[in-house]
Unconditional design. Structure first.
Length: 364
C-alpha cells in the first residue's frame, strides 16, 4: 500500500477555546508521535484550505459566508446563533475557526484525489461527519467526508462505500447521500447517544445501513459486524473506493461513550476494508480522551503504512503524555498503560445476543 499522511500546522494548536470536549490535544499529538517514531518521512503532505467556492459545492453559500464572517469577528450575533447554531457551548466561536474547518475539508479533498490514484490517504483531522448543509452540528462546522465523497464521484468512482466507526451516528453524511445510488453509508455506533438518529436501516434501495450497538460494545462484536455485514457487502458490491471515519470515541476510557473497543480492534476493522479496497480515504472523527485518541490514530497510521513493532512510546512522547490534562477524565481513572505503549492490551468478551440480533434484518 502506498499510503499518504495528510496533516497541517493548524492542528498543532488546540481549537474550540476552553471548556469544550475538543479543547484537548488530538491531531497535533498524533503528528508529534508519528514524527518521533520516524513514521512520516516521505509520506507527509501538508493540507491546503478548501476555498469558499469548494465549500459552497455542498454547504449553503449564506452559511459558508456566515462561518467566515463570525470567525473573523470573533463573535456571533443572537440571530446567527439561532440560524447557524454557532456561538453556543456545542459549536463555539474560537480563533481560526474558519481556517481550521476549511483546512479539514481541503485535506479530505486532497485525500480523495490520492485515493483516485489507487492509494490510501489518511487525514486524521477529518471525520467531521455531523456537519449539515446550512448549520453547524455536533462540533462540526463543515462536513469533510462529504467533500471526500464528492471528489471521488467527480473522478472515476461510481460505487463508493462510506463506513463510519465513530461512536456517534454519521448523520450528516447519511443525509447528504441518502438518495444517491452511487454511495452506500454504513454506520456502526452506540445506541441511545447523541444525535439519536441511525436507529434503523434505510428503505430498500437507499443504500443506508445502520447498526446501533449497545453500551459495552467490544472487539469481538465489532469483528462480527465486519465479517457478517461490511465485508460481505464489499464482496457483493465491489466498491471502487472506501471512505472510513475512524472515530476514537468508541475506545474504552473515552468519556463520551460507553463502548469498550481496543485500538487494535479498530485497526483490524479498518485494515480488513483496505485489504479488499486498496483505494481508500481514512479519516479521524470523535475522540475525547487525548491519550487514547493519539495512540489510536498514530497506530492506525502505523498499520496503514506497514510499520513494524515495537510499539512502545518514545521516551520524550511518554513524558509529554504524562503532562497532559483532561477535565473530562478524573485523575484516578487514568491508565498508566496510556503512557507506555501505542497498542492496547487485546481483550476478549463474548458476543451478546443484542448485537447478534442486529444482523437479523441486514440484507445486501
Amino acid at each position: 500500500m502506498d499510503a499518504v499522511f495528510i496533516g497541517g500546522d493548524i492542528y498543532r494548536h488546540s481549537g474550540f477555546g476552553s471548556n469544550h470536549p475538543l479543547a484537548i490535544p488530538r491531531v497535533g499529538l498524533v503528528i508529534e508521535l508519528c514524527e518521533a517514531l520516524g513514521w512520516l518521512d516521505g509520506a507527509y503532505v501538508e493540507s491546503r484550505m478548501a476555498s469558499v467556492q469548494e465549500l459552497c459545492r455542498y454547504h449553503d453559500p449564506e452559511y459558508v459566508a456566515a462561518v467566515k464572517r463570525i470567525s473573523e469577528s470573533g463573535k456571533a450575533t443572537t440571530k446567527e446563533r439561532s440560524q447557524f447554531n454557532i456561538g453556543n457551548r456545542e459549536n463555539p466561536v474560537f480563533e481560526n475557526m474558519f481556517l481550521r474547518a476549511a483546512t479539514t475539508c481541503g485535506g479530505s479533498i486532497l485525500a480523495a484525489k490520492y485515493a483516485l490514484e489507487g492509494r490510501v490517504a489518511f487525514n486524521p483531522g477529518g471525520g467531521t461527519h455531523h456537519g449539515l448543509r446550512d448549520r453547524a452540528h455536533g462540533f462540526c462546522y463543515f462536513n469533510d467526508p462529504v467533500f471526500a465523497i464528492l471528489t471521488l464521484l467527480d473522478g472515476a468512482a461510481e460505487n463508493v462505500i462510506y463506513l463510519d466507526l465513530d461512536a456517534h451516528h454519521g448523520d450528516g453524511v447519511e443525509l447528504a447521500f441518502y438518495d444517491d445510488p452511487r454511495v452506500t453509508t454504513i454506520s456502526i455506533h452506540e445506541t441511545g447517544k447523541w444525535p439519536g438518529t441511525g436507529v434503523e436501516h434505510g428503505p430498500a434501495g437507499s443504500g443506508v445501513y445502520n447498526f446501533p450497538v449497545p453500551s459495552g460494545f467490544n472487539d469481538n462484536e465489532l469483528h462480527l459486524l465486519m465479517d457478517s455485514a461490511v465485508l460481505p457487502f464489499i464482496e457483493a458490491k465491489n466498491p471502487d473506493v472506501a471512505v472510513i471515519t475512524c472515530g476514537a470515541d468508541g475506545l474504552a476510557g473515552d468519556p463520551l461513550s460507553g463502548m469498550c473497543l481496543t485500538n487494535v480492534g479498530l485497526w483490524n476493522a479498518v485494515t480488513k476494508v483496505t485489504e479488499r479496497i486498496p483505494s481508500a480515504v481514512i479519516l479521524g472523527g470523535g475522540g475525547y480522551n487525548p491519550w487514547t485518541v493519539a495512540r489510536c490514530w498514530a497506530g492506525l497510521w502505523g498499520r496503514l503504512s506497514n510499520r513494524t513493532p515495537p510499539w512502545t512510546l518514545p521516551e520524550g512522547i511518554a513524558s509529554r503524555f504524562a503532562e497532559i490534562e483532561c477535565d473530562l477524565i478524573d485523575e484516578e481513572d487514568w491508565d498508566s498503560a496510556w503512557y507506555k505503549r501505542i497498542d492496547d492490551e487485546v481483550t476478549s468478551f463474548p458476543v451478546r445476543e443484542e448485537v447478534q440480533a442486529l444482523l437479523g434484518d441486514f440484507q445486501i
